[in-house]
Design a protein around this ligand. Structure first.
Ligand SMILES: Cc1cc2nc3c(=O)[nH]c(=O)nc-3n(C[C@H](O)[C@H](O)[C@H](O)COP(=O)(O)OP(=O)(O)OC[C@H]3O[C@@H](n4cnc5c(N)ncnc54)[C@H](O)[C@@H]3O)c2cc1C
Length: 478
Protein backbone atom coordinates (compact mmCIF):
# COMPACT_ATOMS: atom_id res chain seq x y z
CA UNK A 1 0.00 0.00 0.00
CA UNK A 2 1.36 3.45 -0.85
CA UNK A 3 1.80 5.79 2.08
CA UNK A 4 -0.12 9.05 2.23
CA UNK A 5 1.00 12.43 3.56
CA UNK A 6 -1.07 11.79 6.69
CA UNK A 7 0.34 8.33 7.36
CA UNK A 8 3.89 9.56 6.83
CA UNK A 9 3.14 12.36 9.29
CA UNK A 10 1.87 9.92 11.92
CA UNK A 11 4.96 7.74 11.50
CA UNK A 12 7.26 10.69 12.05
CA UNK A 13 5.74 11.44 15.46
CA UNK A 14 7.33 8.44 17.15
CA UNK A 15 10.79 9.96 17.28
CA UNK A 16 11.68 10.20 20.95
CA UNK A 17 10.35 13.72 21.43
CA UNK A 18 10.21 14.71 25.08
CA UNK A 19 6.59 15.80 25.49
CA UNK A 20 5.74 16.30 29.15
CA UNK A 21 2.16 15.97 30.34
CA UNK A 22 0.93 15.55 33.92
CA UNK A 23 4.48 15.26 35.19
CA UNK A 24 5.67 12.51 32.85
CA UNK A 25 7.12 12.16 29.39
CA UNK A 26 4.46 10.76 27.08
CA UNK A 27 6.21 7.71 25.57
CA UNK A 28 4.36 7.86 22.24
CA UNK A 29 1.86 10.68 21.78
CA UNK A 30 0.09 8.70 19.05
CA UNK A 31 -1.44 6.34 21.59
CA UNK A 32 -2.20 8.94 24.27
CA UNK A 33 -5.89 9.97 24.60
CA UNK A 34 -4.65 13.51 25.22
CA UNK A 35 -3.20 13.74 21.71
CA UNK A 36 -4.69 10.95 19.59
CA UNK A 37 -7.80 12.76 18.33
CA UNK A 38 -5.90 15.82 17.19
CA UNK A 39 -3.23 13.68 15.52
CA UNK A 40 -5.97 11.97 13.51
CA UNK A 41 -7.34 15.38 12.51
CA UNK A 42 -3.93 16.65 11.42
CA UNK A 43 -3.28 13.49 9.42
CA UNK A 44 -6.66 13.81 7.71
CA UNK A 45 -5.88 17.39 6.73
CA UNK A 46 -2.50 16.40 5.35
CA UNK A 47 -4.14 13.61 3.38
CA UNK A 48 -6.16 16.21 1.50
CA UNK A 49 -2.94 16.84 -0.42
CA UNK A 50 -3.26 13.34 -1.89
CA UNK A 51 -6.94 13.71 -2.71
CA UNK A 52 -7.17 14.04 -6.51
CA UNK A 53 -10.15 16.40 -6.22
CA UNK A 54 -8.17 19.06 -4.28
CA UNK A 55 -4.50 18.10 -4.70
CA UNK A 56 -3.98 20.76 -7.39
CA UNK A 57 -5.56 23.40 -5.17
CA UNK A 58 -3.28 22.64 -2.23
CA UNK A 59 0.06 21.84 -3.79
CA UNK A 60 2.48 22.82 -6.55
CA UNK A 61 5.61 21.30 -8.02
CA UNK A 62 8.74 22.94 -6.60
CA UNK A 63 11.90 23.44 -8.66
CA UNK A 64 13.36 20.31 -7.05
CA UNK A 65 10.47 18.26 -8.46
CA UNK A 66 8.86 17.77 -5.05
CA UNK A 67 5.13 18.25 -4.68
CA UNK A 68 4.89 20.98 -2.06
CA UNK A 69 2.19 22.73 -0.08
CA UNK A 70 1.17 26.09 -1.54
CA UNK A 71 2.23 27.91 1.64
CA UNK A 72 5.74 27.50 0.20
CA UNK A 73 4.85 29.01 -3.18
CA UNK A 74 6.84 32.19 -3.84
CA UNK A 75 4.23 34.66 -5.10
CA UNK A 76 6.01 35.77 -8.25
CA UNK A 77 2.68 36.50 -9.94
CA UNK A 78 -0.22 38.31 -8.35
CA UNK A 79 -2.31 35.27 -9.18
CA UNK A 80 -0.09 33.22 -6.82
CA UNK A 81 -1.48 35.15 -3.85
CA UNK A 82 -4.98 34.00 -4.79
CA UNK A 83 -3.76 30.41 -5.13
CA UNK A 84 -2.16 30.61 -1.71
CA UNK A 85 -5.31 32.14 -0.24
CA UNK A 86 -7.55 29.46 -1.70
CA UNK A 87 -5.35 26.67 -0.34
CA UNK A 88 -5.25 28.29 3.13
CA UNK A 89 -9.05 28.42 3.05
CA UNK A 90 -9.40 24.74 2.18
CA UNK A 91 -7.17 23.78 5.10
CA UNK A 92 -8.76 26.26 7.51
CA UNK A 93 -12.25 25.11 6.63
CA UNK A 94 -11.22 21.54 7.41
CA UNK A 95 -11.01 22.53 11.11
CA UNK A 96 -13.49 25.45 11.00
CA UNK A 97 -10.54 27.79 11.61
CA UNK A 98 -9.96 26.24 15.02
CA UNK A 99 -6.48 24.85 14.30
CA UNK A 100 -3.85 27.42 13.49
CA UNK A 101 -0.59 25.54 13.05
CA UNK A 102 -1.51 22.95 10.44
CA UNK A 103 -2.32 25.83 8.15
CA UNK A 104 0.34 27.92 6.55
CA UNK A 105 1.06 30.41 9.35
CA UNK A 106 4.67 29.60 10.12
CA UNK A 107 5.24 27.93 6.76
CA UNK A 108 4.43 31.34 5.28
CA UNK A 109 6.74 33.07 7.73
CA UNK A 110 9.55 30.76 6.62
CA UNK A 111 8.68 31.43 2.98
CA UNK A 112 8.93 35.12 3.84
CA UNK A 113 12.35 34.71 5.46
CA UNK A 114 13.55 32.85 2.39
CA UNK A 115 12.23 35.63 0.13
CA UNK A 116 13.76 38.39 2.27
CA UNK A 117 17.12 36.65 2.72
CA UNK A 118 19.06 39.31 0.81
CA UNK A 119 18.08 41.95 3.35
CA UNK A 120 20.94 41.14 5.71
CA UNK A 121 23.47 39.91 3.16
CA UNK A 122 26.10 42.40 4.37
CA UNK A 123 25.85 41.87 8.12
CA UNK A 124 24.97 38.14 8.11
CA UNK A 125 26.39 36.71 4.84
CA UNK A 126 25.71 33.07 5.85
CA UNK A 127 22.00 33.68 6.45
CA UNK A 128 20.80 33.50 2.84
CA UNK A 129 22.20 30.04 2.12
CA UNK A 130 21.20 28.58 5.47
CA UNK A 131 17.63 29.82 5.34
CA UNK A 132 17.21 28.72 1.73
CA UNK A 133 18.49 25.24 2.52
CA UNK A 134 16.17 25.00 5.51
CA UNK A 135 13.22 26.31 3.50
CA UNK A 136 13.80 23.67 0.79
CA UNK A 137 14.20 20.93 3.41
CA UNK A 138 10.91 21.80 5.17
CA UNK A 139 9.05 22.33 1.90
CA UNK A 140 10.23 19.19 0.12
CA UNK A 141 9.60 16.96 3.15
CA UNK A 142 6.16 18.50 3.77
CA UNK A 143 7.05 19.28 7.40
CA UNK A 144 4.78 21.03 9.87
CA UNK A 145 6.17 24.07 11.62
CA UNK A 146 5.49 26.15 14.67
CA UNK A 147 7.53 28.88 16.31
CA UNK A 148 8.33 30.17 19.77
CA UNK A 149 9.46 33.71 20.40
CA UNK A 150 8.57 34.86 23.89
CA UNK A 151 10.75 34.96 26.94
CA UNK A 152 9.25 33.71 30.21
CA UNK A 153 7.18 36.47 31.82
CA UNK A 154 8.96 36.60 35.22
CA UNK A 155 9.45 40.39 35.31
CA UNK A 156 8.48 42.39 32.26
CA UNK A 157 10.18 45.55 33.53
CA UNK A 158 13.57 43.89 33.14
CA UNK A 159 15.59 42.93 30.08
CA UNK A 160 16.46 39.24 29.81
CA UNK A 161 20.07 40.14 30.57
CA UNK A 162 19.04 41.96 33.76
CA UNK A 163 17.65 38.74 35.22
CA UNK A 164 21.23 37.72 35.87
CA UNK A 165 22.26 34.11 36.06
CA UNK A 166 18.74 32.77 36.03
CA UNK A 167 19.15 31.90 32.33
CA UNK A 168 15.43 32.30 31.94
CA UNK A 169 15.24 33.26 28.29
CA UNK A 170 16.94 31.14 25.66
CA UNK A 171 20.53 32.29 25.34
CA UNK A 172 23.80 31.08 23.98
CA UNK A 173 25.89 29.50 26.73
CA UNK A 174 28.90 28.59 24.62
CA UNK A 175 30.01 27.62 21.15
CA UNK A 176 31.60 24.40 19.97
CA UNK A 177 32.93 23.18 16.65
CA UNK A 178 29.55 21.65 15.96
CA UNK A 179 27.28 24.51 16.89
CA UNK A 180 25.96 26.60 19.75
CA UNK A 181 24.82 25.36 23.15
CA UNK A 182 21.60 27.06 24.25
CA UNK A 183 19.88 27.12 27.62
CA UNK A 184 16.64 28.69 28.85
CA UNK A 185 12.95 28.68 28.00
CA UNK A 186 10.72 29.98 25.20
CA UNK A 187 6.99 30.41 25.40
CA UNK A 188 4.75 29.22 23.92
CA UNK A 189 4.92 26.92 20.96
CA UNK A 190 1.34 26.26 19.95
CA UNK A 191 1.00 22.83 18.42
CA UNK A 192 4.57 21.96 19.47
CA UNK A 193 3.93 18.28 20.27
CA UNK A 194 2.25 17.74 16.87
CA UNK A 195 4.83 19.48 14.73
CA UNK A 196 7.96 18.37 12.93
CA UNK A 197 9.96 21.54 13.42
CA UNK A 198 10.08 24.60 15.67
CA UNK A 199 11.63 27.93 14.71
CA UNK A 200 13.03 29.93 17.61
CA UNK A 201 13.80 33.64 17.58
CA UNK A 202 13.14 36.63 19.84
CA UNK A 203 9.66 38.07 19.44
CA UNK A 204 10.76 41.55 20.44
CA UNK A 205 13.90 43.44 19.56
CA UNK A 206 16.84 42.61 21.79
CA UNK A 207 19.18 45.36 22.92
CA UNK A 208 22.93 45.60 22.52
CA UNK A 209 23.26 44.25 26.08
CA UNK A 210 21.37 41.11 25.13
CA UNK A 211 23.63 39.75 22.39
CA UNK A 212 23.52 36.19 23.69
CA UNK A 213 19.73 36.28 23.62
CA UNK A 214 19.65 37.49 20.04
CA UNK A 215 19.67 34.12 18.35
CA UNK A 216 17.52 32.68 15.59
CA UNK A 217 17.54 28.96 14.89
CA UNK A 218 15.35 25.95 14.12
CA UNK A 219 15.09 22.56 15.77
CA UNK A 220 13.37 19.30 15.03
CA UNK A 221 10.79 18.66 17.77
CA UNK A 222 12.81 15.69 19.03
CA UNK A 223 15.96 17.82 19.41
CA UNK A 224 18.24 16.34 22.09
CA UNK A 225 18.11 18.52 25.23
CA UNK A 226 14.72 20.09 24.47
CA UNK A 227 11.63 19.47 26.59
CA UNK A 228 8.08 20.43 25.66
CA UNK A 229 6.09 21.21 28.80
CA UNK A 230 2.41 20.96 27.92
CA UNK A 231 -0.48 22.66 29.57
CA UNK A 232 -3.41 20.47 30.64
CA UNK A 233 -4.98 18.57 27.76
CA UNK A 234 -8.55 19.47 26.80
CA UNK A 235 -9.12 16.29 24.84
CA UNK A 236 -11.42 13.64 26.18
CA UNK A 237 -11.55 9.88 25.86
CA UNK A 238 -12.76 8.54 22.54
CA UNK A 239 -16.16 7.43 23.90
CA UNK A 240 -16.87 11.03 24.91
CA UNK A 241 -15.99 12.44 21.52
CA UNK A 242 -19.56 13.10 20.48
CA UNK A 243 -19.96 15.33 23.54
CA UNK A 244 -16.75 17.29 22.94
CA UNK A 245 -16.48 17.62 19.17
CA UNK A 246 -13.85 20.39 19.17
CA UNK A 247 -11.77 19.47 22.22
CA UNK A 248 -11.52 15.87 21.07
CA UNK A 249 -10.37 16.69 17.56
CA UNK A 250 -8.74 20.10 17.52
CA UNK A 251 -6.90 20.67 20.80
CA UNK A 252 -3.70 22.08 19.33
CA UNK A 253 -1.91 22.07 22.68
CA UNK A 254 0.45 24.82 23.83
CA UNK A 255 3.87 23.97 25.15
CA UNK A 256 6.71 25.82 26.80
CA UNK A 257 10.09 24.85 25.42
CA UNK A 258 12.88 24.19 27.88
CA UNK A 259 16.39 24.00 26.45
CA UNK A 260 18.78 22.04 28.64
CA UNK A 261 22.13 22.87 27.09
CA UNK A 262 20.90 21.79 23.69
CA UNK A 263 23.41 21.69 20.85
CA UNK A 264 22.10 23.52 17.81
CA UNK A 265 24.22 22.57 14.79
CA UNK A 266 25.69 25.43 12.80
CA UNK A 267 23.58 24.80 9.71
CA UNK A 268 20.48 25.51 11.82
CA UNK A 269 21.85 28.62 13.53
CA UNK A 270 20.57 31.28 11.14
CA UNK A 271 21.64 34.40 13.04
CA UNK A 272 23.46 34.79 16.33
CA UNK A 273 24.39 37.76 18.50
CA UNK A 274 22.97 40.30 16.10
CA UNK A 275 19.75 41.92 17.42
CA UNK A 276 19.58 44.38 14.52
CA UNK A 277 19.77 41.72 11.80
CA UNK A 278 17.17 39.54 13.50
CA UNK A 279 14.85 42.48 13.84
CA UNK A 280 15.35 43.50 10.21
CA UNK A 281 14.18 40.08 9.04
CA UNK A 282 11.44 39.64 11.63
CA UNK A 283 9.87 43.02 10.96
CA UNK A 284 10.19 42.93 7.18
CA UNK A 285 6.91 43.94 5.55
CA UNK A 286 6.80 41.02 3.11
CA UNK A 287 7.41 38.49 5.89
CA UNK A 288 4.63 40.03 8.01
CA UNK A 289 2.10 40.33 5.24
CA UNK A 290 2.63 36.78 3.94
CA UNK A 291 2.15 35.18 7.36
CA UNK A 292 -0.69 37.48 8.42
CA UNK A 293 -2.38 36.66 5.11
CA UNK A 294 -2.81 33.07 6.24
CA UNK A 295 -4.00 34.18 9.69
CA UNK A 296 -6.77 36.26 8.18
CA UNK A 297 -7.95 33.50 5.85
CA UNK A 298 -8.18 31.26 8.92
CA UNK A 299 -10.05 33.99 10.82
CA UNK A 300 -12.64 34.10 8.03
CA UNK A 301 -13.21 30.34 8.45
CA UNK A 302 -13.59 30.79 12.21
CA UNK A 303 -16.01 33.71 11.92
CA UNK A 304 -18.07 31.74 9.39
CA UNK A 305 -18.26 29.04 12.03
CA UNK A 306 -19.26 31.32 14.94
CA UNK A 307 -21.86 33.08 12.76
CA UNK A 308 -23.34 29.71 11.77
CA UNK A 309 -23.48 28.47 15.34
CA UNK A 310 -25.06 31.76 16.46
CA UNK A 311 -27.68 31.60 13.75
CA UNK A 312 -28.49 27.97 14.52
CA UNK A 313 -28.80 28.72 18.25
CA UNK A 314 -31.37 31.38 17.43
CA UNK A 315 -33.23 29.22 14.90
CA UNK A 316 -33.35 26.30 17.29
CA UNK A 317 -35.46 28.19 19.83
CA UNK A 318 -37.40 30.32 17.37
CA UNK A 319 -36.02 33.71 18.41
CA UNK A 320 -34.88 34.96 15.00
CA UNK A 321 -37.87 37.30 14.56
CA UNK A 322 -36.99 39.40 17.64
CA UNK A 323 -35.36 42.64 16.52
CA UNK A 324 -32.56 42.55 19.10
CA UNK A 325 -31.71 38.98 18.06
CA UNK A 326 -31.53 40.06 14.42
CA UNK A 327 -29.29 42.89 15.55
CA UNK A 328 -26.91 40.42 17.23
CA UNK A 329 -26.94 37.99 14.32
CA UNK A 330 -26.32 40.85 11.93
CA UNK A 331 -23.29 41.81 14.04
CA UNK A 332 -21.85 38.32 13.53
CA UNK A 333 -22.34 38.74 9.77
CA UNK A 334 -20.82 42.25 9.87
CA UNK A 335 -17.76 40.77 11.53
CA UNK A 336 -17.45 38.09 8.90
CA UNK A 337 -18.03 40.39 5.96
CA UNK A 338 -15.66 43.05 7.32
CA UNK A 339 -12.79 40.61 7.68
CA UNK A 340 -13.56 38.98 4.33
CA UNK A 341 -13.61 42.41 2.66
CA UNK A 342 -10.30 43.41 4.24
CA UNK A 343 -8.81 40.15 3.01
CA UNK A 344 -10.04 40.78 -0.52
CA UNK A 345 -8.79 44.34 -0.33
CA UNK A 346 -5.34 43.17 0.78
CA UNK A 347 -5.19 40.67 -2.07
CA UNK A 348 -6.55 42.91 -4.81
CA UNK A 349 -4.34 45.83 -3.75
CA UNK A 350 -1.31 43.58 -3.49
CA UNK A 351 2.05 45.27 -3.81
CA UNK A 352 5.04 44.21 -5.87
CA UNK A 353 7.65 44.27 -3.14
CA UNK A 354 11.34 45.23 -3.35
CA UNK A 355 12.06 41.48 -2.96
CA UNK A 356 10.50 40.89 -6.38
CA UNK A 357 7.37 39.10 -5.16
CA UNK A 358 3.74 40.02 -4.66
CA UNK A 359 2.62 40.64 -1.10
CA UNK A 360 -0.87 41.38 0.24
CA UNK A 361 -1.30 45.08 1.10
CA UNK A 362 -0.29 45.31 4.74
CA UNK A 363 -2.73 47.93 6.09
CA UNK A 364 -5.96 46.02 5.35
CA UNK A 365 -4.46 42.81 6.59
CA UNK A 366 -3.15 44.42 9.79
CA UNK A 367 -6.52 46.04 10.33
CA UNK A 368 -8.19 42.64 9.96
CA UNK A 369 -5.79 41.13 12.47
CA UNK A 370 -6.31 43.91 14.98
CA UNK A 371 -10.09 43.87 14.54
CA UNK A 372 -10.02 40.09 14.96
CA UNK A 373 -8.56 40.53 18.46
CA UNK A 374 -11.78 42.35 19.36
CA UNK A 375 -14.29 40.59 17.10
CA UNK A 376 -13.75 37.08 18.34
CA UNK A 377 -14.40 37.73 22.07
CA UNK A 378 -17.46 39.77 21.04
CA UNK A 379 -18.70 36.87 18.85
CA UNK A 380 -18.49 34.56 21.87
CA UNK A 381 -20.38 37.11 23.96
CA UNK A 382 -23.16 37.16 21.33
CA UNK A 383 -23.37 33.35 21.39
CA UNK A 384 -23.87 33.55 25.16
CA UNK A 385 -26.56 36.19 24.80
CA UNK A 386 -28.39 34.12 22.18
CA UNK A 387 -28.24 30.93 24.19
CA UNK A 388 -29.32 32.13 27.60
CA UNK A 389 -28.90 29.06 29.79
CA UNK A 390 -29.56 26.77 26.83
CA UNK A 391 -25.95 25.61 26.60
CA UNK A 392 -26.27 24.24 30.14
CA UNK A 393 -29.69 22.69 29.62
CA UNK A 394 -28.21 19.51 28.26
CA UNK A 395 -27.72 16.03 29.68
CA UNK A 396 -24.11 15.25 30.57
CA UNK A 397 -23.85 12.92 27.58
CA UNK A 398 -25.75 12.78 24.31
CA UNK A 399 -26.09 9.03 24.84
CA UNK A 400 -28.60 9.71 27.64
CA UNK A 401 -31.13 10.72 25.03
CA UNK A 402 -31.05 7.10 23.95
CA UNK A 403 -31.06 5.77 27.55
CA UNK A 404 -33.75 4.82 30.09
CA UNK A 405 -35.08 8.39 30.38
CA UNK A 406 -34.74 8.89 26.62
CA UNK A 407 -38.42 9.41 25.83
CA UNK A 408 -38.77 12.18 28.38
CA UNK A 409 -35.49 13.83 27.45
CA UNK A 410 -36.45 13.73 23.76
CA UNK A 411 -39.52 15.77 24.73
CA UNK A 412 -37.89 18.33 26.98
CA UNK A 413 -34.75 19.00 25.02
CA UNK A 414 -36.30 19.41 21.59
CA UNK A 415 -36.16 22.75 19.80
CA UNK A 416 -38.54 24.92 17.82
CA UNK A 417 -37.38 23.45 14.54
CA UNK A 418 -35.47 20.27 15.43
CA UNK A 419 -35.50 17.17 17.55
CA UNK A 420 -33.77 16.83 20.93
CA UNK A 421 -30.64 15.07 19.74
CA UNK A 422 -29.92 17.60 17.03
CA UNK A 423 -30.48 20.48 19.45
CA UNK A 424 -28.33 18.99 22.20
CA UNK A 425 -25.52 18.42 19.70
CA UNK A 426 -25.73 22.08 18.70
CA UNK A 427 -25.73 23.25 22.31
CA UNK A 428 -22.73 21.11 23.16
CA UNK A 429 -20.89 22.47 20.14
CA UNK A 430 -21.76 26.02 21.21
CA UNK A 431 -20.51 25.29 24.73
CA UNK A 432 -17.28 23.98 23.29
CA UNK A 433 -16.80 27.31 21.55
CA UNK A 434 -17.92 29.53 24.41
CA UNK A 435 -17.63 27.86 27.77
CA UNK A 436 -15.24 24.93 27.61
CA UNK A 437 -11.54 25.02 28.45
CA UNK A 438 -10.86 24.91 24.73
CA UNK A 439 -13.27 27.80 24.19
CA UNK A 440 -11.55 29.95 26.82
CA UNK A 441 -8.16 29.12 25.34
CA UNK A 442 -9.38 30.19 21.90
CA UNK A 443 -10.63 33.49 23.19
CA UNK A 444 -7.17 34.10 24.66
CA UNK A 445 -5.56 32.90 21.43
CA UNK A 446 -7.48 35.31 19.23
CA UNK A 447 -6.64 38.18 21.57
CA UNK A 448 -2.91 37.47 21.81
CA UNK A 449 -1.62 35.05 19.18
CA UNK A 450 0.20 37.65 17.11
CA UNK A 451 1.44 39.77 19.99
CA UNK A 452 0.16 41.95 22.78
CA UNK A 453 -2.78 43.86 21.24
CA UNK A 454 -1.90 46.99 23.21
CA UNK A 455 1.38 47.15 21.37
CA UNK A 456 0.15 45.91 17.98
CA UNK A 457 -2.57 48.59 17.92
CA UNK A 458 0.00 51.21 18.92
CA UNK A 459 2.27 49.86 16.18
CA UNK A 460 -0.43 50.32 13.56
CA UNK A 461 -0.97 53.88 14.77
CA UNK A 462 2.72 54.80 14.64
CA UNK A 463 3.33 53.17 11.25
CA UNK A 464 0.22 54.58 9.60
CA UNK A 465 0.83 57.07 6.80
CA UNK A 466 -0.81 60.02 8.51
CA UNK A 467 0.96 62.52 6.29
CA UNK A 468 -0.92 61.34 3.20
CA UNK A 469 -4.20 62.09 4.98
CA UNK A 470 -2.97 65.43 6.21
CA UNK A 471 -1.76 66.45 2.74
CA UNK A 472 -5.27 65.94 1.42
CA UNK A 473 -6.91 67.79 4.30
CA UNK A 474 -4.52 70.73 3.90
CA UNK A 475 -5.86 71.34 0.39
CA UNK A 476 -8.85 73.00 2.02
CA UNK A 477 -6.72 76.00 2.96
CA UNK A 478 -5.20 76.38 -0.54
C1 LIG B 1 -3.22 30.55 23.13
C2 LIG B 1 -1.93 31.22 22.73
C3 LIG B 1 -1.09 30.63 21.81
C4 LIG B 1 0.12 31.23 21.46
N1 LIG B 1 0.95 30.61 20.56
C5 LIG B 1 2.17 31.15 20.31
C6 LIG B 1 3.10 30.49 19.45
O1 LIG B 1 2.83 29.43 18.89
N2 LIG B 1 4.33 31.04 19.29
C7 LIG B 1 4.68 32.22 19.90
O2 LIG B 1 5.79 32.69 19.70
N3 LIG B 1 3.82 32.87 20.70
C8 LIG B 1 2.59 32.36 20.92
N4 LIG B 1 1.72 33.02 21.75
C9 LIG B 1 2.27 34.14 22.55
C10 LIG B 1 1.77 35.48 22.17
O3 LIG B 1 2.47 35.96 21.07
C11 LIG B 1 1.96 36.31 23.43
O4 LIG B 1 1.00 35.85 24.37
C12 LIG B 1 1.76 37.78 23.22
O5 LIG B 1 2.72 38.33 22.36
C13 LIG B 1 1.84 38.54 24.55
O6 LIG B 1 3.02 38.19 25.23
P1 LIG B 1 2.94 37.55 26.69
O7 LIG B 1 1.92 36.49 26.70
O8 LIG B 1 4.30 37.24 27.07
O9 LIG B 1 2.32 38.72 27.57
P2 LIG B 1 3.10 39.97 28.12
O10 LIG B 1 3.87 40.62 27.04
O11 LIG B 1 3.84 39.58 29.33
O12 LIG B 1 1.87 40.90 28.51
C14 LIG B 1 1.06 40.67 29.68
C15 LIG B 1 0.40 41.99 30.06
O13 LIG B 1 1.38 42.94 30.43
C16 LIG B 1 1.34 44.09 29.58
N5 LIG B 1 2.72 44.44 29.24
C17 LIG B 1 3.82 43.65 29.34
N6 LIG B 1 4.91 44.30 28.92
C18 LIG B 1 4.49 45.53 28.53
C19 LIG B 1 5.16 46.65 27.98
N7 LIG B 1 6.47 46.66 27.75
N8 LIG B 1 4.42 47.74 27.67
C20 LIG B 1 3.09 47.74 27.88
N9 LIG B 1 2.41 46.71 28.41
C21 LIG B 1 3.10 45.62 28.72
C22 LIG B 1 0.58 43.62 28.33
O14 LIG B 1 -0.09 44.71 27.68
C23 LIG B 1 -0.39 42.62 28.91
O15 LIG B 1 -1.51 43.28 29.41
C24 LIG B 1 0.48 32.47 22.06
C25 LIG B 1 -0.39 33.09 22.96
C26 LIG B 1 -1.58 32.49 23.30
C27 LIG B 1 -2.49 33.18 24.29
Amino acid sequence: MTSTAGSRYIQRLNDGRRVWLNGNIVPDIRSSPAFRGTIESVAAIMDLQDDPSVEQQLTFIAETGARANLAFLIPEQKEDLFRRSHSFKLWSDATFGVMSRVGGFYRSQLTGWHIAKGLIRDEQPQFAQKISDYFAYVRDNDLLLTAAGHDPQIDRTKLASELGDLYTAVRIVRETEDGIIVRGAKMIATGGPYMDEIMVSPHSKKTGDEQQYAVMFAIPVNQEGVHLICRESFASERDEWEDHPLSAHYDEMDAVLVFEDALIPWERVFIKEDPEAIWKIRSDRTVSSLSLHENIVRLVSKLEFTATVGNELAESIGITRFAHVQDKLAELFFQLESIRSLLLSAEHHAIYSPHGVWEPALQPILTAKNLGNRYYPRALEILQQLSGAGMLQVPSTIAELRGPLGTQLQTYYRGADRGAEERVRLLKLAWELVGSQLGARHELYERFYAGDPVRTYAGQYTEYDKQALLDKALRISV
